[in-house]
Design a protein around this ligand. Sequence first.
Ligand SMILES: [Zn+2]
Ligand SMILES: [Zn+2]
Length: 441
Amino acid sequence: MSTTKKTDPKKQEKKAEGSQALQAVKGMPDILPKEEGWWKSFRAAGATVAELHDFHRIETPILEPAELFERGVGAATDIVEKQMYAFRTKGGERVALRPEGTAAVMRAYFEHHLGYFASPLKAFYEGPMFRYERPQAGRDRQFHQWGFEIVGDGDSVYDVEVMLATLAIFRELKFPAFTVKINSMGCKVCRASYREKLKNYYRAREKKLCKDCARRLDKNPFRLLDCEEEDCKALRGEAPIILDYLCQTCNAHFKSVLELVEENGIPYEPDPFLVRGLDYYNRTVFEVWGVGAPHALAGGGRYDYLGELIAGRAVPAVGAAIGMERSIAFLKSATPPVALSKERPRVFFTAVGDQAKRASLKRMEELRRAGVPVVEALGKRSLKGQLKVAGKLKVPLALIFGQKEMFEGSIIMRDMVTGAQETVLLDRLVEAVKQDLKKKS
Ligand SMILES: [Zn+2]
Ligand SMILES: [Zn+2]
């Protein structure tokens, strides 16, 4: 290495520190204020559906014992093997950023004996999940999920209720079109014989498999069914399907789910190769696809064995999780465009002069306490500058509070569409504004 100029390394470091702005961790995007409308609409839809279907909010920590996911999701799954943010704390605990929500809900179910309080327990959650994967469109390392779980009952009506609640969110958001892919993963008994058949099928064709598949053939042959590599995809066409190996009880359960799906008018297609990438699923598995969307928008299924894996006690349960970023991206791209729910009409507050500005906080607070959203641009000195902002925001009503008005105990109301102005007494302000907005809405 040769340098022509001698530089003081200490000086250089100082400069670098001061001039380089820090950026977010790769794959962990910010969600900016301009996105607010979409997220607000999603959360409002979720809350409405949860209430209508009697699901109740549960919030579990972002950090859990790493073992929870190793035991629950499965040590040989991609999620745990490759994608989990696991680390040791200063105190020596092995913890992980949660890669999914279900295992934690189940942990809380046992820890707080939630089965005693509701049978079945119907819970929903919402929050960030973390998976270390190659960042690309639709796959971030931090993403959000909205999930529904019904714990404590194995009846097929609950499999379909979870689907209905999931779809109700999409319907509430006026999603253009979606379809549900459904399959059964059987139970311990019948899945074992299918697993053997599948292994034998692929072992006979081992040379054609991609590296990943060759490696996971023994540990987790189901994963081969959803490999994206062309050669593996081609082999799948002839692979045995689980439906031919389901035991009588699993078969009856699956049949009953499909009947209920049809009775409830859920648009669906059976997909015999649908396997979800988590060990805990059994019987029903499903995914919701937006028509034309590149990824599934939601996925779920029954997980009757999860309780046994994490607490040594089998409790039948079923759930689903919706990818919020993916769903919002899909909504944005929809044609015709999806309209966001309308916001309440707002009032723009302007003040001219220092004293009026100081007094305006109190006036705005009065309006806000009465439930009227108020916006302002008090940082701008001139009335013209402030009204320009009001015009940009397309606010229907502006209030003008100047020195003169302040001493007279009044304020000017300006209709931002017609430009008509009217002076009202401050004592009557809240009432007058409410009346005016009512007329305008
Ligand atoms: Zn079975
Ligand atoms: Zn493969």
